[in-house]
Design a protein around this ligand. Sequence first.
Ligand code: GRG
Length: 296
Amino acid sequence: MRDFDLSKWLKAQSTEVDAALNRFLPRATAKPSTIHKAMRYSIFAGGKRMRPALVLAAAEACGGNQDAAMPLACAVECIHTYSLIHDDLPGMDNDDMRRGKPTNHKVFGEGMAILAGDALLTQAFEIAAQCETSPRYPLKEVILEIARASGSLQLIAGQVADLEGEGQVISRSQLRYIHERKTSALLACSVRLGGMSARCSPMQLQALTEFGYNVGLVFQVIDDILDVTQSSETLGKTAGKDVKSGKATYPSLIGLEASRKVATVFTRKAFEALHPFRGRAIALESIARYLLERDR
Ligand code: GRG
């Protein structure tokens, strides 16, 4: 931990992930070129690549290798990017800025942005289907893992509850329900996929699930705090939108200070989940710390 340079590690992983995504996605010139340009526009707009990093870090913690984990790292990034494109649409959050750039629909129009999201979601499964599998985690398990995390009981359920909760008074447990689905589901899926690519033991898979679930909650609480405390420029997306749209968040429910404490508690639980790895999950530990301390 002492000598581990997370920013160097993240940069190196991002370079590899970008190169792999470039290979997996159809060329921008492939017909019909508009859709491929739109998909590539958002994929390469400069995201933090946190979900691929979690896939690769979990694989490493379980003694796996980058080559086996890479298709799964790229698949989760495609799902994540699709969800951002659709979340920004006029019918959802109606946002103009994402990843420091105009949103997909601002550049390509609403219809094309819907299609770019659809195409990235489909692309994710095409990429995932190319991963190496094992008797312990056959392809069916891997595909089910991604489908369940991004389906109507998890990721989409979170978005539904988020949409329906706008302008409503919602309880802390309802907020937790939203965060578990909107954010934790894909983060937990990411670390689980990394573990599966490394043929992890059932005990390791359980530990990764617990870890991913808790860092997902940290991620969302901090995201909500940053929405209040940071500028749009720093975040690369419109800041202050939660208050404006009457969205329930931890800061609006319990205040900033208490929200930070909640994030610290979830981080502690995430660290505890890593005990079975006995110090071999250095990148995961470091990512958990970064997710708590990040300022953008
Ligand atoms: C299925 C349309 C649809 C939505 C599902 C994921 C989601 C719900 C909505 C996207 C917007 C949102 C607030 C998601 C919660 C998770 C989150 C804070 C995403 C932003 O992730 P970052 O900060 O983004 O990792 P970058 O751009 O760095 O990849």
